[in-house]
Design a protein around this ligand. Sequence first.
Ligand code: ZN
Ligand code: FE
Length: 242
Amino acid sequence: MSVIATPLPILSDNYAWLLRDTSSGAVAVVDPADARAVIEAVKREGGRLDLILLTHHHDDHIAGTDEVRARFGCKVVGAAADAYRLPPLDQAVREGDTVALGQAIGRVIDTPGHTRGHISYYFPDGGVLICADTLFSLGCGKLLEGTAEEMFSSLQKFSLLPGETLVCCGHEYTESNARFALSVDPDNTALQARAAEVKRLRAEGKPTVPSTIASELAANPFIRATDAEMLGRLRAKKDVFR
Ligand code: ZN
Ligand code: FE
């Protein structure tokens, strides 16, 4: 019994994620912002869609939701705190709530920072973390609504997950994140190795994600920040980094 996560590149640099519970065959899609691309992908995978999982209210994550729901008649899950600015929800969730994908159970983690109502989903079976715009590979989301303190505590929650947990984030930002990360932590050999791997993957036109919690803990300066102040300083620096 396990959840398999597959990245689906959509829009310019977003990832929707297809999640399949191997024991029941149930399928979910995370953040289906491009309805046509998601519908085509679901059809390719057998035409079954049980669930839409939403992480936060930004258009590049929710835009296709109503169309995909209408096409497959699936349920939509999102943050109760943000229900007023999300598409209509069939299940409104908070920290610690669970979401059933067939036999697999996902736990909801409250992860404010990028937005106030940003949530993440963790499926222990398969070790899948859906973290959208909170944690990126080698980076973290911009603090558009939340504070450095909130982002710090959100990233701390992720750092407690098993090292092999798959980090399924919302954007392909890894190559530019690597440039910034190397500018602030040039002697980190794990980061140097990851940056080289990322360069090769992108040159081959492949996604750099999912990464793992262990890899991020070794190479990502944002999840490695030791306090909120340090995280805030890094994030401000990254905001103006070219
Ligand atoms: Zn966003
Ligand atoms: Fe986004």
